[in-house]
Ligand binder design. Structure first.
Ligand SMILES: NC(=O)C1=CN([C@@H]2O[C@H](COP(=O)(O)OP(=O)(O)OC[C@H]3O[C@@H](n4cnc5c(N)ncnc54)[C@H](OP(=O)(O)O)[C@@H]3O)[C@@H](O)[C@H]2O)C=CC1
Ligand SMILES: Nc1nc2c(ncn2[C@@H]2O[C@H](COP(=O)(O)O)[C@@H](O)[C@H]2O)c(=O)[nH]1
Ligand SMILES: [K+]
Length: 485
């Protein structure tokens, strides 16, 4: 990346402080851009879902991996639950969406409680493993909640066989005006396909492990038996390990990281599978180099930009994220490592700018909390807008949860240090309720940014991006105006 006309910034920069100028391009189509990463995570999109309890659960992990990204399960989740979640992600179909299923005899009330969990917002009625009906959200309107699903379901208009040619499946759905179709293997339900899902499967490549199953990562903190938990996570099938703490450039991190790397190496020796280790968070060149020296393959960068994060207001500590990513990526590149730009991403442009600054991937938290696939419940506010709650991993709420096994005294002491908000509202965009809708938006923005820079790959984008500096008026000029002024 170079600054426009050789400008030297005199202060550190946020994403809003910068813009990119187009360069002559030989990339003639946005579809010629390849967004695969080279950080060892096996992702085909540079998107990582942040290890936050309100964001990264089973549905999020599976849905994002199917399109080429990866989610990191939070460190606060008990191991048996992490195992179950990784297992569920690995068991889900790499191509077909996981349906909401219900038995014909179940009450409609039960169906309504799960209907909003998936973006296709329809359920497959299953009897003895086979799809016998479909219920759309509209079928349940005005229906007695105690009536049974059997009374509201319709027979599936189309049932597809596994391996069906995508274009043929699309045409069948189009002809029959079916919103979605169950896909079966020997008559048993394997997943569902929607028209949008079919189009997506032609554009995206799932992030798959060596055995063809969807990838998912898991995080570990720096306290307790860190190497032990890391081994358990590897054993459970985690495809990337994230050693995560607020202040990543501290002795405890430098002490535990080599033990995690040893656990990873032992796992590699036993299985032949090498799992990348990410560690953070830092925002300086030295922090980056020292984490890489301690064994990190990937350094997670960002202190204070997160939407749920109050660190900068509480402590004055942090660093504007564009500059942090730029400096840390330069340092990481010198030693053959990679950076994840973590936090503060609110628009597709921020992802593009993080990649321009040199990030290998970009971590997104709160923005994805406001989707149907995040773990929280859908809530309606007084104006009828749907939202989900998000909260910071250093908020009182998360600390209470993380310290649940400590003594009352230690819990009270831990509760003093609060650096995150406990109840953010992330509104679900009615036009883009699913995380895949946001991924579509991000990826189309990023592909377009690459062609403006004349880059076909993330590596080329790092080299070719030309970045200029702007003030608040420059940023404001770029915003759309939805009403007259
Ligand atoms: N990217 C960011 O800006 C931030 C991210 N977070 C996220 O919150 C989650 C919880 O992280 P964390 O609070 O580190 O909790 P952890 O449970 O991981 O523990 C942090 C450890 O580091 C010690 N420590 C020393 N200095 C600090 C410091 N300034 N802030 C926090 N801990 C410190 C703590 O000791 P002691 O408690 O005795 O001080 C404790 O042993 C993580 O997911 C993290 O990524 C949190 C804050 C900032
Ligand atoms: N200072 C804090 N930072 C936090 C907290 N919880 C999460 N985080 C960081 O934010 C990113 C995600 O950023 P977002 O803007 O996409 O939401 C996450 O990966 C953490 O690094 C917190 O409580 N305090
Ligand atoms: K913030």
């Amino acid at each position: 990346m170079e600054f426009l006309n050789g400008t030297e910034p005199v202060h550190d920069l946020t994403y809003n402080d910068v813009f990119m100028v187009p360069s002559r391009s030989s990339v003639t189509s946005r579809l010629d851009v390849d967004l695969s990463t080279s950080d060892g995570t096996g992702t085909t999109l540079p998107l990582v879902v942040a290890n936050m309890t309100a964001v990264a659960g089973r549905r999020m992990a599976e849905t994002v991996a199917r399109r080429g990204g990866i989610a990191v399960l939070p460190q606060d989740i008990p191991l048996p639950q992490v195992r179950a979640t990784i297992g569920a992600v690995k068991d889900s179909h790499p191509l077909y969406e996981t349906p909401i299923t219900i038995e014909p005899g179940a009450p409609v009330a039960q169906l309504l409680s799960v209907m909003s969990k998936r973006a296709h917002q329809a359920a497959v009625v299953v009897e003895d493993g086979s799809p016998v009906g479909i219920v759309l959200e509209s079928d349940t309107e005005g229906v007695d909640r105690f009536s049974s699903v059997r009374d509201v379901m319709q027979p599936p208009r189309v049932v597809l066989e596994e391996g069906v040619e995508p274009r043929a499946a699309f045409d069948l759905l189009e002809e029959t005006r079916a919103g979605m179709a169950p896909v079966v293997v020997a008559g048993r339900l394997a997943g569902v396909l929607t028209r949008t899902g079919i189009v997506r499967s032609g554009i995206y490549t799932p992030a798959l492990d060596a055995t063809g199953r969807l990838r998912v990562g898991a995080a570990v903190g720096i306290n307790g038996d860190v190497a032990g938990r890391a081994s358990e996570l590897l054993d459970a099938g985690a495809d990337v390990l994230v050693v995560d703490t607020a202040h990543g450039h501290q002795d405890k991190m430098i002490d535990v990281l080599p033990a995690v790397v040893r656990a990873r190496d032992e796992h590699e020796a036993a299985t032949g599978v090498r799992v990348a280790v990410a560690a953070g968070n830092v925002v300086s060149r030295t922090g980056t180099l020292e984490l890489v020296e301690a064994g990190a393959d990937i350094v997670k960068v960002g202190v204070g930009p997160g939407a749920m994060c109050t660190t900068r207001m509480m402590t004055g500590v942090g660093r504007p994220q564009f500059s942090a990513v730029l400096e840390c990526s330069d340092a990481a590149r010198e030693v053959g490592a990679h950076v994840w730009a973590d936090g503060g991403v609110k628009y597709p442009r921020d992802v593009a700018l993080a990649l321009a600054a040199g990030a290998g991937s970009v971590m997104v938290g709160s923005w994805f909390a406001g989707t149907l696939e995040s773990p929280g419940d859908l809530i309606r506010d007084a104006d009828g807008r749907l939202y989900k709650e998000s909260f910071g991993m250093a908020s009182a709420r998360a600390v209470r949860h993380r310290t649940r096994e400590m003594s009352a005294f230690d819990r009270a002491r831990a509760a003093l240090f609060e650096e995150g908000i406990s109840s953010g509202r992330m509104f679900v965009d009615p036009a883009r309720p699913g995380v895949e809708d946001l991924v579509d938006q991000i990826v189309s923005g990023v592909r377009s940014a690459f062609t403006y820079a004349g880059a076909r790959t993330i590596g080329e984008f790092h080299t070719r991006a030309v970045v200029g500096l702007q003030g608040a008026a420059g940023y404001d000029e770029g915003r759309p105006r939805h009403t007259s002024w």
